[in-house]
Design a protein around this ligand. Sequence first.
Ligand code: HEM
Length: 555
Amino acid sequence: MDFVSSNLTSAFVLGTLLHLNVFKNIELESYIPKFFFAGIISVTGLVYFYVAQTGLTVLASATRVASETSCLIFGIFTSMTIYRLFFHRIRRFPGPLAARVTRFYSLYLASKNVQYHVELEKLHKQYGDFVRTGPREIMILRKSAVSIILGVQPALLKTTWYSSISHKADQVQLFASRDPLDHKRRRKAWDQAFSVKALSTYQPRIKSKVDLLMDNLLQTAGTPRDVTSWMMMLAFDVMGEIGFGNDFGGLATGKEHEAAQAIHKHMSIIGTVGTVPWLLYLLQFIPGAGSGWAPFINWCGNMISQKKAAWDPEKYPQDISSWLVKAVMEKDISASPTEESLRDDGRLIIVAGSDTSASANACTLFYLAKNPHTLQKLQSQLDAAMPEGLSSWSYDKALTVSYLDDIIKESLRLKPPVITGGYRLTPPEGLQVDEAWIPGGVNVFVPYQILHTDVRYFAAPHDFVPERWSERKKEMGTDESLAIPFSAGIYKCPGDRVAMMSMRTTISCIAQTFDISFASGETGDAFDTDRKDAFTTVLKPLNLVFTKREKWANL
Ligand code: HEM
């Protein structure tokens, strides 16, 4: 064998050994940038070595190094493919062949129509309750998996999916912190921001935003309104207000703020590229790739700076960011560890609270338009609680109308704003879910929407039946703990109560004041079936007509 062929063979063997002894045993995603940069340095160094030691020209050296690098990479991928197909610890779980080999198969499925949840449901129907959806990932469709994966103590770690910005807990927001101790510590500040007392300061300010919306709907009553867009503007204004004491001006101007536009332009990237978490992570190293986010990042950054400048230790915090700033200023153990992570926490307030609430409200209005008898029943209960309509509205009275909650719950069951989510890592000792033993170090998830519409767990699973949560609960065998739109366990949404408060306020005011119908030419079908799964939901426009009820003709 001549020198060149022996080098190529060695490179191939080295690639195989690298995979078997290093890559196979670590969370590769976390190290990809490091390997990438180490690779560039090694390649450059090797070209230099050949030029200096063998007298080859730069071009000839580069060509030789390119061949050797190709053989090394070929060795890595050959070993990886054989291992993943035939020797991997989850090789016995069924799933598409391509998904066993590479995460790019998920990227392919998600890119088809940004409806990864639809593709996952097809896989569930084809392969059963335990499906290998990635080389090291299993989707589980079992009731028992919910408490095992999301609820056990100590909690399972979040997967590398959450590290698309950084793998260092002190550089990122709470949601992206994969270190359980760091998360537990920081979660305290968030939970304080959603205490009963804090919520009572948010409630009138949520109502003031809903009032703005109501003024608008009253002025344009009888004409079609795109609720997808208006619920988005409402949600951003609410989260701006209770998050930072400063809204986005959407309801006042009828236009989406540039910070909100910045988020929405990029959601489908998260829905598609997010299926290969390390790829999403690498994207940020491309110069200019993140520039589209700038208006949003700047808005939140300015807000945090203002909050810090205006910090008054004597004053009760008036918004969510003030609670986070309070922890930092008082050097509390729950504080975001760095300025960078505090700013990222600021962004989390808007990202986590706005699109989710907007989607929940828009979907609930969709179901009320589609089910006039449900709307009428709700109206009569709201009328009984608040006989003077809007002028007699109070949050406490709206709370007494339990059918309102049944409707919201049913809408969240059928169309959870976080459609899939909740990716967790099995502990080193593995996990037992019913008859299946899942080895350690495997990514697992229970897709919320598919679980919520499983006929084994919900009777007439695709029908909108709010009564399944109350008078028909027994007959329909409804299991409360299975509908988990806010997830469960220690990573459960801390904003669930404020989200419910916001939804109750919005839906009760609108439903008591208006009859709701589809606009001419609107069937609601595209809205119903073409939701995009971008972690949170991206909705199609939905044109509804809000007609003032006869009863309030003089309003
Ligand atoms: C209908 C509205 C909402 C829904 C359906 C919802 C749903 C969820 C879900 C499913 C998660 C867990 C995701 C995962 O583990 O991968 C989550 C986390 C979170 N949500 Fe919400 N959410 C809503 C509104 C809000 C609001 C209004 C806020 C307020 C800022 C908020 C703040 C958060 C935060 C901070 C987390 C991360 C929690 C942690 O990692 O400990 N959410 N949400």
